[in-house]
Design a protein around this ligand. Structure first.
Ligand SMILES: Nc1ncnc2c1ncn2[C@@H]1O[C@H](COP(=O)(O)OP(=O)(O)OP(=O)(O)O)[C@@H](O)[C@H]1O
Ligand SMILES: [Mg+2]
Length: 497
């Protein structure tokens, strides 16, 4: 591919330079290699325009910029390098990447999920359903990226578009026809998914989280709603929306997709409903009521929130052409998402659960679910949690309140304190716990805290280790140290057995 061809697919104000050969595309100057197009973007912290000279020194064949000054300098000083002046760097990154990679997105039917909670679980469930009927899939989300059978570690919930398209291109090469993606509100607002054609869009729920970034709930909702308008692409064909959620109902009124599928548990919540719900540890059953008939669903996932995730994924799978029978079979096979209500294996009669819940809403859901499970065996709920540093501080007392309200004992500890003083974060969360009057043990060291929580448990109790889920590190002031809740808990359980 040459620079002329790339320019032809680029909505640029001006394009110039020799028709040099183009091999790839990069937005990070450190990764630029010979023959790449370097796209300068405004990130959260830096401006790519500052790194243009470095990119050229590393062999960039062409540069795309949104700065008239930089473009003029390119035309004066680097005449052997292609140059394009554009309105917005991120949108151009999408156009250039698609062209250079051969438009992989056109060969994939994309299902995308947004919402505060449940994105990862819903994406995993949908992927499992699509795979169960033999379709080859690519999945991009928080924990892992799947390219057919290959599992890669994810660095972001929703990567930059060039990274997404590279994964898509790899997937198309191995025969993928379906893509499932989590789209965070950050990514939608920053247009990191520009021009991706979404076939099925899912909305799980909206609760107070990430307000440090979005400011108000209205702005946060507007960011999520962009998925249903189409971000640089036509609106999705099918919208799958939670009718039990207040913002979901708002969306149902606003959205103009050609097909709308509404789901929920309340009688008035939509056409696709879960009724006669039975919740046990390691099993969830319900009757799936649909306009095409009813059927019994059984899933190995635990908890009421997963009924919602199963409903969203089932609707999307139907929209992707699976039959009701295939959806039920796929749900039964549904795999455990790492760190999402994950039971730590042990022979002890204390149940230890690791979960990624790191908002007050998720904590509440987690605790009420544990509450439902211990009721049958007269046990207590012991909750361990912490709050992240350098993130929304207003949620700390709210998380403390949520933990204290539902638990018999709280163990308050650290969860990625980052640049902040761990004990200062703990003090802020403690304010909420104190309001509830629930006994609270403070232990700054997370490993020590896990040991305290498990040793405090009696047979029949459930110990919830909340916040980190699948994460494998603790982020401290001077860097990351390896840390794994499941491994630490397993070690303690082995010791006391
Ligand atoms: N449908 C749901 N409604 C409310 N809470 C949920 C739901 N599904 C999962 N949760 C809770 O939220 C936590 C996060 O779940 P999950 O990873 O699936 O969501 P996510 O939207 O991908 O989150 P993140 O934005 O942090 O990646 C779970 O551990 C669980 O406690
Ligand atoms: Mg996620």
């Amino acid at each position: 591919m040459n620079w002329d061809t790339v320019c032809a697919g680029l909505s640029a104000i001006e394009c110039a330079g020799p028709s040099v050969e183009i091999n790839g595309v990069e937005y990070d100057s450190r990764r630029v290699g010979r023959g790449d197009v370097f796209v300068a973007m405004h990130g959260e912290a830096t401006d790519g325009n500052r790194f243009i000279e470095i990119a050229i020194a590393q062999g960039a064949s062409a540069v795309v910029t949104d700065s008239r000054e930089v473009y003029a300098r390119m035309r004066r000083e680097h005449t052997a390098v292609g140059a394009a002046l554009v309105e917005r760097g991120r949108r151009s990154l999408s156009e250039v990447s698609s062209a250079v990679l051969g438009y992989p997105e056109r060969n994939l039917a994309l299902s995308a999920v947004t919402g505060t909670n449940g994105k990862t679980t819903t994406a995993f469930l949908l992927e499992a359903m699509l795979r169960s009927v033999g379709r080859t899939c690519v999945l991009i989300g928080t924990i892992e990226t799947h390219v057919a059978d290959e599992v890669r570690v994810s660095l972001h919930t929703t990567p930059e578009i060039s990274d997404t398209l590279r994964v898509f291109a790899d997937a198309v090469k191995v025969g993928a026809t379906e893509a499932v993606m989590e789209m965070s509100s950050h990514a939608l607002e920053q247009e990191r998914v520009w021009a991706l054609p979404v076939d099925v869009a899912m909305f799980t729920n909206l609760t107070q989280d990430h307000l440090d970034y979005h400011g108000t709930m209205e702005q946060y909702f507007a960011a999520k709603a962009r998925l249903f308008e189409g971000v640089g692409a036509p609106p999705p064909r099918v919208a799958v929306v939670n009718g039990d959620d207040a913002y979901g109902r708002l969306l149902i009124r606003e959205v103009r997709c050609s097909q709308m599928m509404t789901y929920g548990m309340a009688a008035a919540s939509g056409e696709y409903r879960a009724e006669e719900v039975t919740l046990c540890a390691g099993e969830t059953r319900f009757v799936f009521k649909t306009p095409h008939g009813d059927c019994a669903v059984r899933s190995p996932l635990t908890g009421r929130v997963n009924v919602y995730n199963l409903l969203a994924a089932s609707c999307a799978a139907l929209a992707r052409g699976l039959t009701l029978k295939q959806v039920v079979a796929g749900a039964a096979a549904g795999a455990q998402v790492p760190g999402r209500f994950e039971v730590v294996p042990s022979s002890s009669d204390v149940t230890v659960l690791v979960d990624y819940a790191h908002t007050d809403d998720a904590l509440r859901n987690l605790i009420s679910l544990a509450r439902e499970l211990v009721k049958q065996r007269d046990g207590r709920v012991i909750t361990l949690f912490g709050c992240g540093g350098d993130r929304d501080k207003t949620k700390r007392p709210r998380m403390g309140l949520a933990a204290g309200e539902g638990s018999d004992l709280v163990v308050l500890t650290s969860d990625n304190p980052r640049s902040e003083e761990p004990m200062m974060i703990i003090e802020e969360a403690l304010v909420g716990v104190r309001e509830t009057g629930t006994t609270c043990i403070v232990e700054e060291d997370r490993a020590g805290a896990i040991e305290i929580a498990i040793r405090a448990a009696r047979p029949g109790d459930i110990v919830l280790i909340a916040g980190k889920g699948h994460e494998k590190v603790q982020i401290l002031k001077d860097g990351s140290v390896p840390f794994d809740d499941v491994a630490v808990a397993a070690g303690v359980l082995k010791e006391i057995a």
